[in-house]
Design a protein around this ligand. Structure first.
Ligand SMILES: [Zn+2]
Length: 431
């Protein structure tokens, strides 16, 4: 590792400790103070962009820096991965030496590589916002509060199914090994860590919940559950909330580090207004602007993620935070959308509602091939009878039209080895 990168790692740790309380206080800012803060940060990034970033230079005369408001952002075009991929250097500051940069790679399901350079304190801000998100529930947490983490860890064969990150005080458990045989190791790790926070994918927390329920084991030490990176199905949430009886806070972010949004105790999704600006396009796509990345400014970046829109604008939250509430929830990524005959997109929520009716289905996975045919896998709590299977088939045909449909009952829905996640819906349909 380069010396400058080692120094960067160290300064990021120092920055985390110095800035955490300031970030915690941001939650209590008034709406007008938040607006002023965002204007100041956006103005800084736009000034850098139009002066130093080739793609944005032509917009220098368009932006009114003298009478600046957040509306100036709308003068810029939407950008996306494909536009940046065509000429990445066009999006990077000319005064930075590309060989000295550190990068954040994205693991998109499309398989095409894409990477974004990190700004100097990028890693620290991710850590800070991660901890701050835990405090959006009923309890507040300090830095290095211990947490059980059931995600981002896939041990090789013969390796232990747990590991510890001492710097962050994370106690990892493998999301691939949540089963009867490994339950004692899970329980031992919970006890030893004294963690009050549990972090995981919606699917890994759900499977753990079912396992504990089966063995009638309660773990009252957990006060806050944080989920992210997969769709939180209503079925998962109901099961998790009723068992743990604590805050279950879902988090949204992307590897490009543009916006992050998290739930509070009241279930609303608050944007981290000190981190990014979140717009929702007419087709409900999340359009994100980073307020921190001054090396590759990502301004009005089309994320490909679909939000569930709010019915009313400018809603306020009972939690008292004035941080924006940009959407009602996350529907999924573009490749999570299913299409009916004629290639009409069907909102995924339709399938989630259908699956709610089948309480004996533990998990499901729907794969739609390019020719619109559907292969579905289900795992069961209790075996489904013929009548239930027929109802399931009819429900899907009702939503997708008369497409070829195959339903297979499997013992377990497999986790994707590359991403560690469990996809619920996947589409290979090309538009
Ligand atoms: Zn709130």
């Amino acid at each position: 590792m380069k010396l400058s990168h080692v120094v960067n790692k160290f300064t990021n740790i120092v920055y985390t400790y110095l800035k955490y309380s300031e970030y915690l206080k941001f939650q209590s800012k008034s709406a007008s103070d938040i607006k002023l803060y965002q204007e100041r940060k956006l103005k800084r990034i736009l000034t850098i962009a139009v002066n130093k970033v080739p793609y944005y230079k032509p917009y220098k005369s368009e932006i009114d820096f003298d009478n600046f408001s957040l509306q100036e952002l709308k003068k810029l075009p939407l950008i996306n991965k494909d536009i940046i991929r065509q000429n990445p250097l066009d999006f990077i500051r000319e005064d930075k030496n590309i060989n000295n940069l550190q990068w954040k790679s994205t693991s998109g399901s499309s398989g095409k590589p894409f990477k974004v350079p990190k700004h100097y304190f990028s890693d620290a801000i991710e850590v800070i916002l991660g901890y701050r998100a835990w405090s959006f529930g009923k309890f507040s947490y300090r830095l290095r509060e211990p947490a059980i983490v059931i995600r981002s860890f896939s041990p090789k064969e013969n390796e232990p199914i747990h590991k510890r990150d001492i710097i962050r005080n994370f106690w990892y458990l493998s999301p691939y090994h949540i089963n009867d045989g490994h339950l004692p190791i899970f329980l031992k790790t919970f006890k030893k860590s004294q963690a009050k926070v549990l972090k995981g994918y919606p699917s890994s927390v759900y499977i753990l919940t079912l396992l504990l329920k089966k063995h009638n084991i309660k773990l009252p030490q957990i006060q806050t559950i944080i989920t992210s990176s997969e769709t939180m199905l209503p079925k998962y949430r109901n099961e998790i909330e009723s068992y743990w009886q604590c805050d279950v806070l879902d988090w949204y972010g992307q590897n490009e580090r543009t916006v992050t949004v998290q739930q509070c105790s009241y279930g609303n999704y608050h944007n981290n207004d000190d981190y990014g600006i979140c717009e929702i396009d007419t087709d409900n796509t999340i359009i994100a602007t980073s307020l921190n990345n001054d090396i590759m400014p990502l301004l009005r970046y089309h994320t490909n993620d679909k939000a569930i829109p709010l019915h009313e604008k400018n809603i306020t939250c009972e939690c008292g935070r004035a941080m924006h509430i940009p959407f009602k929830g996350i529907e999924g990524r573009q490749d999570d959308i299913l299409y009916k005959e004629g290639k009409e997109a069907i909102p995924t929520i339709n399938f989630y509602n259908l699956m709610e009716k089948f309480q004996n289905i533990k998990q499901f996975y729907i794969l739609q091939e390019e020719d619109l045919s559907v292969n579905m896998e289900i795992s069961e709590n209790q075996p489904l009878n013929d009548n239930e299977l027929l109802q399931l088939k009819e429900g899907i045909i009702q939503r997708l039209g008369n497409v070829p449909l195959q339903i297979n009952v499997v013992k377990e829905i497999q986790r994707n080895k590359q991403t560690d996640k469990v996809k619920i819906i996947e589409s290979k349909v090309k538009l």
